[in-house]
Design a protein around this ligand. Structure first.
Ligand code: AMP
Ligand code: MG
Length: 385
């Protein structure tokens, strides 16, 4: 199949005519990849079981891993769900359109092939003007998982989509790089307390503020344990694993405390190294020590003759002497890290390194989503120093 690629001229205000053909393809059961504010989605008619099956096939995704249905207005929600719980109403008012997906009890209209056999349906109203207009013109809810081959990093540019899906889908709508860069926050609102199934740009702190307290699914913080039944079948699948073995380096609380305690041996050691090198690159001791440790691990592997990559940040880049290094963004801006995360992982796949060592980030606010994606990519291999 020839995959047509169209480029949207004005991302903020796409013309209807630019999206007519894409909308027609969706209406007729075809597949169109399009930008959203989180990552690129691979769209198909969510009410058409065959379209859903084609999505799974194009992605190479197991068919019990459910899809998210995307809508463009609140009126489009009612036909998809059998009930709108109060928490769902509150969250929709506060965060839609936006990077939030909610799990509702599904209506009979939604085929089981879209929901991976579940009696619930995941729904999101994206904020991106291209996504919004495309869904509205298609006139159907659009099932849209990330537009990558299953097992590869999610796509944040149309080129990423092209690399994975060229020849497998009817069209790619190129709206330039996405803004946020990590997938939507998923919240299950079917129970008595909202439960976060996947962290994202809408953070636990924001949800806690609304509800007093929300719960986190245990699958978010660690590998799925034997014998625990996953909330959604999709959660049991191994996510993306880079070609090189990724190790995250994280400082323990004890280390951080010692770094700020004059008189501790670590404090003296780090002050001495920073002074020996004649400069501290303007870094705080935590950032310096983390980079120094990542560099040490990378150098060790290089000495063994391995090809090694390092995920650094703008602030710490100059600390490194080892290896191929790529900056994931600024430590001072979690937004920038989320934005670059998947592109950097894709780049390392292309570079063909054996080992990748990465700095880690504070696990609060957006850092929770960042560390969730990095930890999964590392197969939860975290070196605590
Ligand atoms: P993606 O489309 O690649 O962003 O991934 C969609 C994810 O949404 C799945 O892997 C599930 O974890 C989640 N999801 C979709 N539908 C449901 C549902 N009905 N219940 C729970 N989780 C869901
Ligand atoms: Mg995905």
């Amino acid at each position: 199949m020839d995959t047509k690629r169209i480029v949207i001229k004005n991302r903020e205000n796409p013309a209807d005519e630019e999206l007519f053909e894409a909308a027609r393809i969706l209406k007729e059961g075809g597949l169109v990849a399009f930008p959203t504010e989180t990552v690129y989605g691979l769209g198909g008619n969510a009410l058409d079981g065959d379209a859903a099956r084609r999505i799974y096939e194009a992605k190479g995704r197991p068919s019990d891993n459910p899809l998210i249905a995307h809508i463009s207005s609140m009126e489009e929600l009612a036909p998809l769900v059998s009930r709108i719980p109060e928490a769902g109403q509150i969250l929709a008012e506060k965060f839609w359109p936006g990077p939030l997906t909610m799990i509702f009890p599904k209506s009979d209209q939604v085929p089981l092939s879209t929901t991976g056999g579940l009696d619930t349906v995941a729904v999101r109203m994206p904020d991106d003007p291209v996504a919004q207009k495309l869904i509205r013109l298609a006139g159907v809810p659009v099932a849209a998982p990330s537009a990558n081959t299953s097992g590869r990093p999610s796509p944040t540019t149309a080129d990423h989509v092209w690399q994975d899906l060229n020849g497998k889908i009817e069209m790619i709508v190129d709206g330039g790089p996405v803004g946020i860069g990590v997938e939507s926050t998923i919240v299950d609102v079917t129970g008595p307390v909202p439960v976060i199934l996947r962290p994202g740009f809408i953070t636990q702190e924001m949800l806690d503020e609304l509800f007093g307290h929300v719960e986190m699914d245990p699958a978010i913080t660690g590998p799925m344990k034997e014998g625990i039944h996953p909330k959604a079948p999709g959660m049991k699948y191994r996510h993306y694993a880079p070609k090189g073995q990724l190790t995250l380096v994280e400082l323990t609380e004890k280390t951080v405390k010692a770094l700020y305690t004059p008189g501790s041996s670590l404090y003296s050691q780090v002050s001495r190294i920073m002074a020996d090198r004649g400069r501290s690159w303007g870094l705080d001791p935590e950032s310096f020590y983390m980079a120094w440790q990542v560099n040490r691990l990378a150098e060790e592997k290089e000495k063994e003759g391995c090809r090694v990559g390092v995920i650094c940040t703008e602030e710490t880049r100059d600390v490194y002497t080892a290896a191929v290094k790529r900056s994931i963004g600024r430590r001072s801006s979690a937004d920038s890290v989320a934005h670059n995360l998947y592109a950097v992982l894709r780049e390392f796949d292309d570079l063909g390194v054996d080992y990748i060592f990465s700095e880690s980030f504070a696990r609060d606010h957006l850092g929770q989503a960042i560390m969730n994606r990095l930890s999964k990519a590392a197969g939860y291999q975290i070196c605590r120093v």
